[in-house]
Design a protein around this ligand. Sequence first.
Ligand SMILES: *[C@@H]1O[C@H](CO)[C@@H](O)[C@H](O)[C@H]1NC(C)=O
Length: 240
Amino acid sequence: MKTVVGAVIALSAALVAATNGPIDGPKPKDIGIALFRGWQPMDVFGPIEALWGLGLSQPINIYLIDHDGDTSEIRPLTPFPTNSNTSATVLVDYTFANAPPLDVLIVPGGGGTRNQANVQPVIDYVAAVYPSLQYLISVCTGASILARAGVLDGKRATTNKRAWTFVTQFGQRIRWQPKARYVRDRNIWTTSGISAGVDGVLGWIEYVWGSAVATEVTNVMEWNRVGANDDKFGKLYGLW
Ligand SMILES: *[C@@H]1O[C@H](CO)[C@@H](O)[C@H](O)[C@H]1NC(C)=O
């Protein structure tokens, strides 16, 4: 009996070690966030919030990057029918041309992804920089930028369930997952709509730094964390 219990404990420990990191090798440090006009606020600041917590225990840098390195606005290209003013403007650190070498790139979504010309500089940047990244992460409809850059071809991915038809028109042989909070395929993490970016980044933190660090970050931000396969919005929008 003791042997069986011991074996079960050893097996459980092996499973936990396999899924809960941390992984071996140099840890990512320099994290860029690629911006464009009309990004979704939480797609950017949800992950920044989690990374802020990560920065309390790990040495990291976050850089905001866009086409001109000046400012970037949430304000949509087409005003809301209500004419509501719900924007905020951030100061950007670098252009796509002069950004420092990155270990990680995060690509948010938002209404601005619907305008091809608006996001073409981001698409080009993703295609150019992906080979030198340790990790690439998209939030929400940011997956459409990854798909248009060709980096999701042949991979599993997910995106915002409400914007499914728009995003899944892009790319080749992408195995889009309708029942997922977030998906990892090799070194690319794609997440579902808006708030899912936080769960995806927390899942990524767990993968890289281990569950103790991820739990600490989660508790610092008082976040009710959701796992990779825990999705109800695909069903809500009739995808499964
Ligand atoms: C938003 O700002 C614009 C420009 O100042 C203004 O014309 C519009 O009425 C504002 N919207 C609302 C809902 O007040």
